[in-house]
Design a protein around this ligand. Structure first.
Ligand code: FAD
Length: 468
């Protein structure tokens, strides 16, 4: 392990080199999904761009494949690997806000919480996901969905620029003016093209207070709740994010004690506008039927964005699936309601997310993120504490996924899939034309597929000699 090359790498770093011989190796190699137990040969915990360059040079010289980790939240385990070199960006998490230009620059190890916290100092928000410890990097590169998407689009739709180190050690900036094909590819094409060191985003005036919370009904009423959402969504202003969530009422003070632990189906409402206007917009969801719990209140945006954190602890086994359904008619709703009434563990959650409004108004070829059709994203967050439950719960999620797939087109949101599915679904997410275009970009920036622990796009083959 202490070869001269390794000592040279260690000496070149401002950050830390962690090998299997180090005491902290087992802590540092852990990722969010406790089901993933991989052992990289080396972990480089980068503190700056020079560290990334040194790590990539070592990987090239030693012929090691490279995994890249931001927040470590990839359920598929793409933020680690067996035997390769892991570039861990999680110590690089500075965020700088330019309030005059309404832009936010975040280092690639920043979490959603880091970005929200700094942006809110200036009353701004970058559209992102909904659990504050998720990494901005993996989320942005493969799309990025969350409560502001109906109004402002996906996270990748708000990306203005990336700074990246290529596997050959070149520093590139990709934006609307420079390296435009790469800029197209990093907005949905995942971590295929290089190691991003920082992202620059467009931010929007939202907060600091928002109206948010859940209105929950007994799970037996799921069919009626889903039908109501289906009827209402077209007339719902873009400012309102209205998912339906199947869950057990969290054991949190916020909820009445007598309902904690009970399976419910809930409107999960978040209004990204003036709080007074919000009360009027959410009224019809609060007046529907006879809710068991009506827990809507004004609260700071950063609380809204971390509301689901307690339901997503780090030490759980995770097996997820997702499916975009083009229609959400009676047969689809009945299937979703049946699945949601029978979740395999107290921690498992299913989310029904209308995919409409701003993300569907953006032209399909503007970004590599391929799915722009109005549809319904069904996301099963299979999670449980005890590894002895893995076989039973995983089979349940697979079976539920197969039932949903019967109504789908094969398109899934790749960021919400476990490893076996994530690999299979890459081709279904992109059309042949788009895959070819992505493969060309991959061939330009990573021709040997050094970066392969991701939603992998094999590089286009080099043209034969007589075609050159
Ligand atoms: C609890 C939880 C909640 C979630 N909520 C949402 C949500 O609300 N909305 C949503 O859209 N998604 C959500 N996700 C999915 C999330 O988008 C993915 O898990 C994403 O991969 C997380 O990014 P990360 O940086 O934490 O992942 P990591 O595991 O660190 O990285 C995943 C992959 O991203 C790429 N990558 C990471 N950093 C870099 C870099 N610097 N340069 C190049 N490539 C890089 C690599 O390919 C890497 O393999 C959630 C996931 C979890 C676990």
């Amino acid at each position: 392990m202490n070869s001269p090359a390794l000592e040279q790498l260690r000496a070149a770093l401002r950050g830390q080199l962690v090998t299997p011989a180090d005491a902290e190796y087992d802590t540092v190699r852990r990722v969010f999904n406790a089901m993933i137990d991989r052992r990289p040969a080396l972990i480089v915990r980068c503190l700056n761009t020079a560290d990334v360059l040194a790590a990539l040079a070592h990987a090239r010289e030693e012929g090691l494949p490279v995994a890249v980790r931001g927040g470590g939240h990839s359920i598929a385990g793409h933020g680690t690997c067996d035997g390769g070199l892991l570039i861990d960006m999680s110590l690089m998490r500075a965020v700088h806000v330019d309030p005059a230009r309404r832009t936010v620059r975040a280092q690639a190890g920043a979490t959603l919480g880091d970005v929200d916290r700094e942006s809110q100092v200036h009353g701004l928000a970058v559209p992102s996901g909904q659990v504050s410890e998720t990494g901005i990097a993996g989320l942005t590169l493969s799309g990025g969905m969350g409560m502001l998407q109906r109004k402002y689009g996906l996270t990748c739709d708000n990306l203005l620029s990336v700074d990246m180190v290529t596997v050959n050690g070149e520093l590139v900036t990709a934006n609307a003016e420079q390296n435009t094909e790469l800029f197209w590819a990093v907005r949905g094409g995942g971590g295929n093209f290089g190691v991003v060191t920082s992202f620059e985003y467009r931010a929007h005036p939202v907060g600091p207070m928002m109206l948010a919370g859940i209105v929950a009904h007994p799970v037996e009423e799921a069919a009626a709740v889903l039908e109501f959402l289906h009827e209402q969504i077209a007339d719902t202003p873009d400012e309102l994010s209205t998912d339906v969530v199947f869950l057990r009422v969290p054991r949190l003070e916020f909820f009445p004690e007598e309902h904690q632990g009970r399976p419910v189906v809930a409107f999960f409402l978040r209004y990204a506008g003036d709080v007074e206007d919000g009360w009027e917009v959410v009224r019809r969801f609060r007046e529907f039927g006879e809710p068991l719990i009506d827990a809507i209140a004004p609260m700071p945006l950063v609380h809204v964005q971390s509301m689901l954190d307690p339901a997503n602890p780090r030490d759980h086994q995770q097996y997820w699936t997702s499916e975009f359904l083009p229609r959400f008619g009676p047969a689809e709703r009945e299937t979703v309601a049946r699945i949601g009434a029978d979740l395999p563990s107290p921690e498992t959650v299913m989310q029904v997310i209308p995919f409409d409004a701003e993300p569907t108004r953006i032209p399909a070829d503007a970004t590599a993120f391929a799915h722009r059709e109005e549809s319904w994203l069904i996301h099963i967050v299979g999670q449980w504490a005890n590894p002895a439950e893995n076989d039973r719960c995983r089979s349940w999620v697979r079976d539920a996924g197969a039932q949903l797939r019967a109504f789908g087109t094969g398109a899934a949101y790749l960021n919400l899939l476990s490893g076996d599915e994530a690999d299979m679904r890459v081709n279904a997410f992109w059309s042949d034309d788009r895959l070819r275009r992505l493969a060309e970009v991959k061939a330009q920036y990573d021709p040997d597929n050094l970066l392969r622990f991701n939603h992998n796009i094999p590089p286009a083959p080099a043209p034969a000699k007589d075609e050159r």
